[in-house]
Design a protein around this ligand. Structure first.
Ligand code: 7PJ
Length: 404
């Protein structure tokens, strides 16, 4: 599988700001944007035919730096201006010797600055790129039930969901199966008994779209009937072969997450040669399963699965290189809230004392332009942190010389 990943991610608006400061007209900008940017793509998975093509690129195309042919065959770095990359894509497409995979990989990498299409869930519109959206976590697992038994637990869980909606959640994620490291699976019947009353209760009392954290088609089918809008599968459609069809038939959306192993075993010995590449490969396969079942691309989100079969360093590296997942052209959802790596960074704090560390993580993600949705327990606090990070990232008034 050929993969092209951008090494740096600069918001295209930044160059436009420089043009404005220089007094260049709006009309001249599209041509300049094509001619100026310097792009660097890391390529992997190349076969001999693509390597042969890249080794003989003329001047008008990007420059090629091959990786070590013995140690890392099929790798290299392409550098050049946007228009040189465009010519490369055109030339690779025109070649009938099978360079179309190279053409699409490079084209996807060049499109990383383009926001995915708007997603409508129930009464809400998600305009990707406009801000970082917030998914609030609603746990319907027994450890979150009070002493009053299941009914009292359900009422408390619904009340918690409504409070998160009130605090500004854009989406609520209801989960009835614990996926913590070492957690054991529950039956579909038990999971349904936990989540269904919560979904029904929330659906009747808020228009905030509802997501259901499940890997099971039987649970998804009933949850979608009860008014849920999105299925959040932490196994990226790899557990239940019927799940993609259930989502497609309901016209629902889905979030496909990367996991290595299963919750019971995933933290025993996570291992990757290149964690970003493995996550990309897994997510591509998950998206293909969704597509094969008839789920439109515009209704799919992807998630690197922070903490799911990853070491401390894997988690940090994925967050740092998150922009590389943008080559998928899909909105990115990221869940760091109260996770173990944050506790360790904060000097060994338990989950209940990880709020500040969580806010540090969501604000960093937003400032880096990494995530489209963050999945958090603390909605009000996260909205404030994101408002700051999003505003810094998008501010354009640098004085009158920057205005049009
Ligand atoms: C995630 C999730 C996540 C998505 C959980 C926890 C563990 N779903 N479900 N992404 N985490 N999409 O909240 O600590 O990161 S459960």
């Amino acid at each position: 599988m050929i993969r092209a990943r951008p090494l740096t991610f600069e918001p295209p608006e930044d160059l436009v700001l420089a043009f404005r400061r220089m007094g260049l007209t709006e009309a001249s900008q599209p041509a300049l944007l094509k001619a100026l940017p310097f792009t660097r793509l890391l390529l992997t998975g190349l076969r001999h035919q693509e390597e042969a093509f890249l080794q003989t690129l003329p001047e008008a195309l990007p420059a090629w730096l091959p990786g070590d042919a013995q140690a890392r065959p099929g790798t290299g770095l392409l550098t050049g201006r946007a228009e040189q990359f465009q010519r490369l894509v055109t030339a690779a497409r025109a070649d009938d010797g099978g360079l179309s995979a190279l053409a699409s990989a490079v084209a996807s990498a060049l499109a990383v600055g383009v926001s995915p299409a708007v997603l409508t869930l129930g009464a809400r519109r998600f305009e990707w790129g406009s801000r970082t959206y917030v998914m609030g976590v609603v746990n319907a697992t027994p450890d979150s039930f009070s002493d009053g038994g299941r009914h009292a637990g359900t009422e408390a869980t619904i009340a918690h969901g409504l409070a998160l909606a009130e605090a500004g959640a854009d989406l609520l994620d209801v989960g009835g199966e614990s996926t913590r490291p070492g957690a054991l699976p529950v039956s579909a019947d038990e999971e349904l008994a936990r989540v269904l009353p919560v979904i029904e209760g929330l659906r009747a009392r808020t228009d905030v779209p509802l997501s259901v954290d499940t890997t099971k088609a039987a649970v998804a089918r009933e949850a979608l009937k009860a008014g849920a809008h999105l299925i959040n599968d932490i196994t990226g459609f790899s557990s239940d072969a019927d799940l993609p069809r259930v989502v497609a038939e309901a016209g629902a959306a889905c979030c496909l997450m990367h996991i290595q192993g299963t919750p019971a075993t995933m933290q025993q010995a996570p291992r990757y040669d290149d964690v970003v590449e493995d996550v990309l490969g897994f997510l591509e396969a998950a998206v293909a399963r969704a597509g094969a079942a008839g789920i439109p691309r515009g209704r799919i989100l992807v998630d690197p699965g922070i903490g799911f079969g990853k070491t401390f360093e894997h988690n940090l590296f994925l967050l740092r290189r998150l922009h590389e997942l943008r080559v998928l052209g899909l909105p990115l959802l990221v869940g760091t809230s109260r996770k173990g790596f944050l506790g360790r960074l904060a000097g060994g704090k338990p989950a209940s004392e990880r709020l500040a560390a969580t806010l540090g993580s969501v604000a960093s993600l937003a400032a880096l332009g990494g995530a489209d949705v963050v999945r958090v327990h603390d909605v009000a606090e996260s909205r404030d942190a994101l408002a700051v990070a999003d505003a810094i990232r998008r501010c354009e008034d640098g004085g009158t010389l920057y205005t049009r």
